[in-house]
Design a protein around this ligand. Structure first.
Ligand code: TYM
Length: 332
């Protein structure tokens, strides 16, 4: 019997991976593969809620697989796959649509946010997106879902959907817990620290494949705060810019906020900003180099995602059959 707990997470290949994706959930993943049965995927089905360039999407999906491996996910020890290669996600997604309420989807902050940004394309997929995400999760019956803070609400609705389903059909779906780290779960934009770091604000966003000189430039230009004390201190309410840098430095080096405050005591921001930049350069350097090496070996990457789809497909099919049976669908 398999006693290992299960863990699952995914990232949309809708843009290049950035420091928020890495310091939020991704950096924790490699440490989990020894202890948990892990599934990590490229959430390509989710990307088309917003228009994508097909060639770019294909390229980014492959790059993302390489980045997963380069950041320490050994494909021999966990399952890496592309969401669209496992049809059971969309199949369970349809089922769960019928167990999710219009009202609860209307309350999703990310829907409201994206709908206002893409007012010319408020499609049904954008609205039901959290249901597909619930299917992504529930189909593997994970115990934990490691994500950044912005995905908490989606994991919560996934739990609600699972509980509703179980309330009708018995104990069918495992109700997962979100796994959200204390440090790094909400990395803010470097030039607008009141906004989350995201690819849509590229100047305030550090991408995993950025060259060291670009990373250093972005950190040197990072917005700090116009307070008079000019000391390095973690106080997000008062000093959002500096606190974001402290958080990034803490996540990149493993140092505590107190250690960082005393390291830079009396030094102002002039030394601190390049120090954070250097810590990030050194954190990302091996990932970038290994990604570049892996991207030159397309046959290997192909073998990884094919094997991953095979393994993930078996687990997902099993859950789907169980759900179909409970619903009363005639077995094939
Ligand atoms: P996505 O692709 O927007 O982001 C991927 C992961 O990165 C985290 N993240 C951040 N963490 C800290 N600071 C930031 N600035 C930051 N920006 C992004 C996100 O919280 C997320 O963990 N719907 C999901 C993808 C998804 C998924 C799933 C995740 C689809 N199905 C099932 C887990 C389980 C999304 O759009 O994340």
């Amino acid at each position: 019997m398999n006693e290992k707990k299960t863990m699952l997470s995914g990232i949309q290949p809708s843009g290049d991976l950035h420091l928020g994706n890495y310091l939020g959930p991704m950096r924790h993943w490699p440490g989990m593969i020894e202890t948990y049965d892990c599934f990590f995927f490229m959430a390509d089905l989710h990307t088309i809620t917003v228009r994508q360039d097909p060639a770019q999407l294909r390229k980014r999906t492959l790059t993302q697989i390489a980045q997963y491996i380069a950041s320490g996910l050994d494909p021999e020890k966990c399952t890496l796959f592309v969401q669209s290669h496992v049809p059971a996600h969309a199949q369970l997604g349809w089922v769960l649509n019928c167990y999710t309420m219009f009202g609860e989807l209307s309350r999703m902050t990310q829907f409201k946010d994206k709908a206002s940004k893409h007012s010319e394309n408020i499609n049904a997929g954008l609205f039901t997106y959290p249901v597909l995400m619930a299917a992504d999760i529930l189909i593997y019956q994970p115990d934990y879902v490691p994500v950044g803070e912005d995905q908490r609400q989606h994991v919560e609705i996934c739990r609600d959907i699972a509980e509703r389903f179980n309330g009708i059909y018995g104990d069918v779906l495992r109700v997962p817990e979100p796994y959200i780290a204390k440090v790094g779960a909400r990395i803010m934009s470097l030039n607008a620290p009141e906004t989350k770091m995201s690819k849509s604000l590229p100047e305030g966003c550090v991408f995993l494949m950025d060259k060291p000189e670009d990373i250093m430039r972005k950190f040197k230009r990072a917005v700090t705060d116009s307070d008079t004390e000019r000391c390095v201190r973690y106080a997000p309410g008062e000093k959002p810019g500096v606190s974001n840098l402290v958080q990034i430095y803490a996540a990149a080096t493993g140092k505590s906020f107190e250690e960082i405050e005393s390291e830079f005591a009396g030094q102002g921001y002039g030394k601190f900003k390049p120090a954070v930049g250097e810590a990030v350069v050194e954190t990302l350097r091996p990932i970038r180099e290994e990604t570049e090496r892996l991207l030159a070996d397309k046959a290997y990457l192909e073998s990884v995602y094919r094997a991953g789809a095979e393994k993930a497909g078996c687990v997902a099919e099993k859950t789907l059959r169980k759900v179909y049976k409970k619903l009363g669908f005639l077995a094939r």
